[in-house]
Design a protein around this ligand. Structure first.
Ligand code: NAP
Length: 263
């Protein structure tokens, strides 16, 4: 028996990285899956592997996404799971952000989730069951310099998730997953171009490695399953412990204990 037996799931950004791994895991757990992506060919490849449905769509376009969600639900015979995961990154100084770039980042990351919830909720309410997960980021809780629209959009997703959970319970549970550093196409330039930075981050991560897409996929499946039946409105950080750092005394114990006699 699978954790998602009988469920009908849509995954945005399902053609790559975290979305792709989640499509695979959801299918293994018994769900019918519709793979939605800006890259229609990538969606096709994933859908073929899991006997699912593929749709090309831009999540920043509300009407287009609503039509596609409707089509996907029709193809699967309903909709009970929605993973609003598509996202894009960007770096620039805050005062130098071109307005179009700021707009693009917020429209894909934040509006994309809003459009996804708006499209999915009526179908789930009509069907009497829904589980929505949105992909935020540790950048939303611990922003870095240079990623203002991304961080703001991801922080917005946490608030949007809480609002949606309040509005749609008890029929629909709504949660967010906030990944740490995960090895995907999005972060590949960092893994390739700044390996010393990756080593630094891994050194700060208690579990001792960077994340893989499957690390997030497993948590998303958990959140969508009945195992998480009493969990809603949360923004769950999945970062191997990376963001536990930065209290004022962080690291001081390692220095003090070198000065102490052995017990
Ligand atoms: P990824 O491998 O680049 O996957 C993202 C997918 O979303 C790509 O297939 C991309 O298509 C698609 N996409 C982009 N814009 C879209 C749009 N407007 N409409 C529909 N699909 C669109 O990256 P990922 O790391 O798996 O990212 C998934 C989510 O995790 C994102 O929301 C990201 O912000 C979040 N996240 C990632 C990390 C990390 O370390 N990787 C950390 C925190 C949060 P194209 O390839 O055609 O652009």
């Amino acid at each position: 028996m699978g954790l998602l037996d009988g469920h009908r799931a849509i995954v945005t950004g399902g053609g790559s990285g975290i979305g792709r791994a989640t499509c695979m895991r959801m299918a293994r757990e018994g769900a019918a899956v519709a793979v939605l992506d800006l890259d229609g060919d990538a969606a096709e490849v994933v859908a073929k592997e899991i006997d699912g449905h593929a749709f090309q769509v831009d999540v920043s376009q509300g009407d287009e996404l609503a039509r596609t969600v409707e089509q996907a639900a029709q193809a699967m015979g309903g909709l009970s799971v929605m993973f609003n995961n598509a996202g894009v990154g960007s770096f620039s100084a805050l005062h130098q952000y071109a307005l179009e770039e700021w707009d693009r980042v917020v429209r894909v990351n934040l509006y994309g989730v809003f459009h996804g919830i708006r499209a999915a909720a009526p179908l789930m309410l009509a069907g009497g069951d829904g589980r929505i997960v949105n992909t935020s980021s540790i950048s939303g809780t611990r922003p870095a310099a240079g990623e203002a629209p991304y961080s703001a959009a991801k922080a917005g997703i946490a608030a949007l998730t809480a609002s949606a959970a309040l509005e749609y319970g008890p029929v629909i549970r709504v949660n967010a997953v906030a990944p740490g550093l995960i090895r995907t196409a999005l972060t590949d330039p960092m893994f390739q171009g700044l390996p010393d930075h990756v080593d630094h981050v891994v050194g700060l991560t208690p579990v001792g490695r960077a994340g893989e897409p499957e690390d997030i996929a497993d948590v998303v499946v958990f959140l969508c399953s009945d195992l998480a039946r009493f969990l809603t409105g949360q923004n769950l950080v999945v970062d191997g412990g990376l963001t536990l750092h930065t209290s004022g005394v962080d690291g001081i114990f390692d220095r003090i204990r070198t000065l102490l006699p052995d017990p």
